[in-house]
Design a binder for this molecule. Structure first.
Ligand SMILES: *Cc1c(COP(=O)(O)O)cnc(C)c1O
Length: 371
């Protein structure tokens, strides 16, 4: 079965783990710090905070920015559920905005503006599939409405400029992401004080960690704010350092495969739309989404592809259409998001694939659509 995504793991990750275990320090320590610095440098920002997941990082970013009860946060519904869940974690209300359209499935500035109220405090952008949202438009919108901007950059590790749009940005290192530590994430914040607050809040609000207490030879600490346990550990950070070394090269390989898909789809499946066709921005090519013709039965296509040995997935069932959110916020209508969500299919894309795999997927899709 050709999988939608697969982690690229090898000798570098094995050696890094072995070395970390041999060091006898596996909790948050020097390797976590080294990963923070290296990941920040790779994205042109000055510092970062490693966390146990992107979800935890989004929670911390909103908490550190002071978003809370009574506040509204504009979010795309076409995202992973964590993008909205984190707003509920801090007691605020997610307000869903529609995407631009089938060819550009990123939250629309105009739609977001229409849903802005006096209670709106922040926007969470999501760089869908690794294509960065329009920086100037969003920064301009945020400034003119005095809103904070948070990037959910889970799809966009390694993309130049991503992570520096907003007041905060959060990446995911989950095992199906472009760079993985099995579970993990990274937070950037423009204001060093916000980043310091994220670091406090990721570890119970404690003023020093196990490692610092060892170094300082003092057993005391204070707790100055409510915190959680969203720490990363040195085992994961060691894997992350090895993964980061190969990220640019692997993202470039994804881009080559995405281009091969575009040509093959245009030739063999002209009724299938490929979003971001006219985008000139560098993408992490995290996933390969296509939009099936309106008349196609997606369930049948999925089944036919499965029979041909090709796994497919859906990005995403719109968040406002999930039972939990439907119950919380009934009667939301987002026509473009709903249409995209109904017709989208995600094809396999990962750096271990060959061009021949792309050809195989596209011809299997062509025959599934012909039936
Ligand atoms: C994967 C993902 C997350 C959550 O990441 P975790 O590290 O698994 O918590 C959040 N947002 C988006 C868009 C994602 O794809």
């Amino acid at each position: 079965m050709l999988l939608v995504s697969e982690p690229s793991l090898g000798e570098a990750e094995t050696a890094a783990l072995v070395e970390t275990i041999a060091s006898n320090w596996i909790a948050m320590g020097d390797r976590v710090r080294a990963l923070e610095q290296a990941f920040a440098r790779a994205h042109g920002v000055s510092d970062a905070a490693a966390v146990s997941s992107c979800t935890g990082g989004l929670h911390l970013a909103l908490a550190a920015l002071g978003i809370g009860a009574g506040d509204e946060v504009l979010v795309p519904s076409l995202s992973f559920v964590a993008t909205a869940n984190c707003v509920l974690y801090v007691g605020a209300t997610p307000v869903f905005a529609d995407i631009q359209g089938l060819n550009h499935p990123i939250m629309s500035v105009e739609q977001a503006a229409r849903r802005c109220t006096t209670r709106t405090k922040a926007i969470i952008l999501m760089h869908y599939a690794g294509y960065p949202a329009d920086r100037e438009a969003w920064v301009g919108f945020a400034r003119s409405h005095e809103l904070m901007l948070v990037e959910d950059a889970a799809h966009a590790a390694g993309v130049p400029g991503v992570g520096s749009f907003g007041d905060a940005a959060v990446f995911s290192f989950y095992s199906n992401k472009n760079m993985t530590t099995a579970e993990g994430g990274m937070v950037f914040a423009r204001d060093p004080e916000v980043l310091a607050q994220v670091k406090l809040m990721r570890a119970h609000g404690m003023t020093s960690g196990t490692r610092q207490r060892l170094d300082a030879r003092t057993p005391t600490y204070d707790v100055t704010t409510l915190g959680w346990n969203y720490r990363m550990d040195d085992l994961r950070a060691a894997i992350g350092l090895a993964q980061l070394q190969a990220l640019a090269q692997r993202n470039a390989r994804r881009a080559e495969l995405a281009l091969a898909y575009r040509y093959a789809l245009a030739k063999c499946c002209p009724s299938v739309q490929t979003p971001f066709k006219n985008s000139d921005r560098t993408s992490a090519c995290h996933i390969l989404p296509v939009v099936l013709p309106r008349s196609a039965c997606r369930e049948v296509v999925i089944q036919k592809l499965r029979e041909a040995g090709v796994q497919t997935t859906i990005h995403y069932t719109a968040i406002h259409q999930l039972s939990f959110y439907r119950n919380l916020f009934p009667n939301i209508r987002l026509p473009e998001t709903e249409e995209f969500s109904r017709r989208e299919l995600t094809l396999p894309l990962h750096p271990k694939m060959q061009e021949s795999d792309v050809t195989r997927v596209v011809s299997a899709l062509a025959s599934a659509l012909a039936q």
